[in-house]
Design a binder for this molecule. Sequence first.
Ligand SMILES: Nc1ncnc2c1ncn2[C@@H]1O[C@H](COP(=O)(O)OP(=O)(O)OP(=O)(O)O)[C@@H](O)[C@H]1O
Length: 314
Amino acid sequence: MTDTPAIQIRDLVKRYAPAGSGEGKLALKGVSLDIPAGKIFGLLGPNGAGKSTMINILSGMVRKTSGSVSIWGFDIDRDQRNAKRSIGIVPQEIVFDPFFTPFEVLENQAGLYGIARHLRRSEELLRAVHLADKRDAYARALSGGMKRRLLIAKALVHQPPVLVLDEPTAGVDVELRRQLWELVTEMNREGVTVVLTTHYLEEAEELCDRIAIINHGTCIANKPTRELVGMAREKVVELTLDRDLGQLPVDAAFIKSEKTGERTIAITYNKDVSNAGQVLAAVQAQGFTIVDVTTREADLEDVFVSLTSEARPA
Ligand SMILES: Nc1ncnc2c1ncn2[C@@H]1O[C@H](COP(=O)(O)OP(=O)(O)OP(=O)(O)O)[C@@H](O)[C@H]1O
């Protein structure tokens, strides 16, 4: 693969048919997006932003209203078969027949794709997702984490170059989330392009090379993760003072100051125009004695909140 993106989306519009009279819901308002090959790409957005609609269009479950989509260079309208073969989707919901074993689940899936027996990779995939010892257990006897890993293996049966995970760690505990992150990173290291949607900003920041933010059916950011985090120009200093606060210190350099406890305040400032020293000096000049200081860099959550609150619905 050269520079051709793994997924190319142009002017993608989706309007759901109205339930009664009316216009129907405009879920995607003309999204254009390139997802580079070989990376881990995060699709973020608040509830109802249009992420699932986009993924369902990629998987062929939802028909787009207009625009174009190519997967691994194959147009989903003109070359549907190859487009479908190029993508594996791990759905949010865990759905298996509980009476099949992990091995059978993978064999059945291979059968659906018409993969000849001698070309099937069920054993190899079970090893890759660390389920080789559960080969013959009933799917219903697997833990939640094992089921999610089996779903990943199932999505990889036809060796797609692109793997899409819809909220892979929704509702899973911290330990399991770590395991799934490792697995996703492993798959990516082996050459699979990964696209994931997530509500967890921490997850996106940790895993993704690049992140797009979708809000109200529009793509409002699409940048390398580090650059996106760097967009946060705000910094916060939390101060503990020697006495209860009557009134809060004020200064033109403060974007915001708020009381966080009896004797603690958090002051937000723009790191391009001020620094922690100046903030402390301004507080001291107003007669406060500072007994403790902590500072916090803005993270992806700050950027996300400020971007999604700036972009109002059209
Ligand atoms: N089948 C449908 N018919 C009508 N409207 C729909 C349908 N599916 C989704 N929508 C609407 O389209 C918008 C986008 O929904 P979508 O599920 O794509 O958002 P999302 O970003 O995936 O949200 P979440 O994170 O909650 O899954 C929402 O307003 C939703 O109510």
